[in-house]
Design a protein around this ligand. Structure first.
Ligand SMILES: Nc1ncnc2c1ncn2[C@@H]1O[C@H](COP(=O)(O)OP(=O)(O)OP(=O)(O)O)[C@@H](O)[C@H]1O
Length: 408
């Protein structure tokens, strides 16, 4: 991922003094820094009187219905996109309401054309992987979906409604929250784990500090990191940082508990060893089961039956099932759901993972979207990914130097 802002989610305008006003004591004494450089667009001096504008939190980003901005004219097509020659990728057979839709989305940075007509849908209940060669616009796609960028042309539809602007402090829509977990985690180095995870709650709610701490502990418990609130990011392993970022993305904001959520993970397992990767992959899957598709409540008279992962939802618990050695986390095997249940509102009902890792594709993804030269050139299930004769997919899967994917 290149050129990222510090984090995604609600944007905040933090003046140095204001930034500390509603923080817990330790945060109040510390200057905000970020483990990831801010993009120039958001960067301002944290000294002096200029407000520091940060996109904070890799977290649930509320949709905004802002004034439609004038869009620049369509950029000229650069080169001959592969997709044109390949025809349109087939529509996924998955049923379900469309939560996020890209319709002929174009995005350039300066003279560099990155997305060139990207079109795809993410439906309720889906676990989608976006793959493709480096620099083809995968992270840009996530940032567009999360509202950190605007398309030059085309539409990003959220539950059928166009996203009209960048995320701002105006919280006008409670239809769908789109959370983004950056590759680096984008944790604030100068804040503790607890302060990082609870940052949004400290900044955007009037919840009392003890309540926020309770919610933070709950969230950390869900990712198998109970009791690390007082550590700093520099004291965490790479896998723990990623889990902390995940805890921050899923921390409960009780005011929006019923709002449906899609989480987008940008290379969540990059740089991790195979076992740590498995932990993250299963966690991503388990969060979905437990906080979205698996969220069911018993109807009257139903037989008591545990819903997948439900036992792990308590504060400070591990995720039940067999332990994942050395990582303090275990993941629940999927169980059949009670027949006499009805869905609970809210929760993580879909997720999207950008990844280069085969293990992540196999373990955390059901449907793959293949992006090449800024367009979707192939879509299919993980099984179809293994069997398709599509040359670009076969080259990607095998890592061969021969084929349509060229590196300069
Ligand atoms: N904010 C930005 N300003 C200028 N150029 C950018 C910006 N963000 C991305 N780019 C350009 O867009 C290209 C695509 O970036 P993006 O991160 O979306 O690719 P990617 O497919 O995720 O790549 P990778 O797999 O290597 O992470 C990059 O090569 C970069 O040059």
């Amino acid at each position: 991922m290149t050129g990222t802002s510090c984090a995604a989610g609600r944007s905040l305008v933090l003046e140095p003094a204001a930034a500390t006003r509603r923080q817990p004591p330790t945060a109040a004494r510390r200057q905000f820094t970020c483990s990831q450089p801010l993009s120039p667009a958001w960067q301002r001096s944290s000294r002096g009187s200029t407000p520091v504008r940060l996109q904070v939190l890799c977290s649930a980003a509320p949709l905004q219905q802002q004034q439609q901005q004038q869009q620049p004219s369509r950029p000229p097509p650069v080169g001959a996109p592969m997709a044109a020659a390949m025809g349109q990728p087939k529509e996924p057979s998955t049923e379900g309401d469309v939560l996020i839709e890209f319709k002929d989305v174009w995005k350039s940075f300066g003279s560099k054309s990155i997305l060139r007509g990207a079109t795809f849908k993410v439906r309720r209940g889906e676990a989608v992987g976006i793959i493709g060669s480096s620099g083809t616009g995968k992270s840009t796609t996530l940032r567009l979906a999360a509202g950190l960028l605007q398309p030059d042309r085309g539409e990003v539809l959220i539950k059928g409604e166009p996203r009209r602007g960048l995320i701002s402090d105006d919280d006008t829509s409670d239809k769908l929250k789109v959370g983004l977990v950056f590759q680096s985690g984008a944790l604030f180095d100068s804040l503790t784990v607890g302060e990082n995870v609870g940052f949004m709650l400290y900044e955007h709610t009037k919840l009392p500090v003890p309540k926020i701490k309770e919610l933070v502990a709950e969230s950390l418990g869900k990712v198998g990191l109970s009791g690390v609130e007082l550590l700093y990011p520099s004291e965490l392993s790479g896998g723990m940082k990623k889990r902390t970022a995940l805890a921050r993305a899923i921390v409960r904001d009780e005011q929006h508990d019923n709002v449906e959520q899609v989480i987008m993970y940008d290379e969540p397992t990059a740089g991790l060893d195979p076992v740590a990767s498995t932990v993250i992959e299963d966690l991503i899957r388990d969060m979905h089961e437990k906080h979205g598709e698996g969220r069911h409540q018993k109807q009257q008279g139903a037989q008591p039956q545990q819903v997948a992962g439900q036992q792990a939802a308590g504060v400070g618990g591990t995720l039940g099932g067999s332990p994942a050695v050395g990582y303090g986390l275990s993941v629940t095997d999927k169980q059949p759901q009670a027949s006499a249940t009805q869905p609970l509102p809210g929760g993580i009902t879909s997720y999207v993972v950008v990844t280069h890792q085969h293990s992540t594709i196999r373990r955390a993804v059901d449907r793959i979207i293949f992006l090449h030269e800024g367009r979707v050139v192939w879509e299919g299930s993980v099984d179809e990914f293994d069997t398709t004769e599509e040359p670009i997919v076969r080259q990607f899967a095998s890592g061969s130097l021969q084929g349509p994917i060229k590196y300069e």
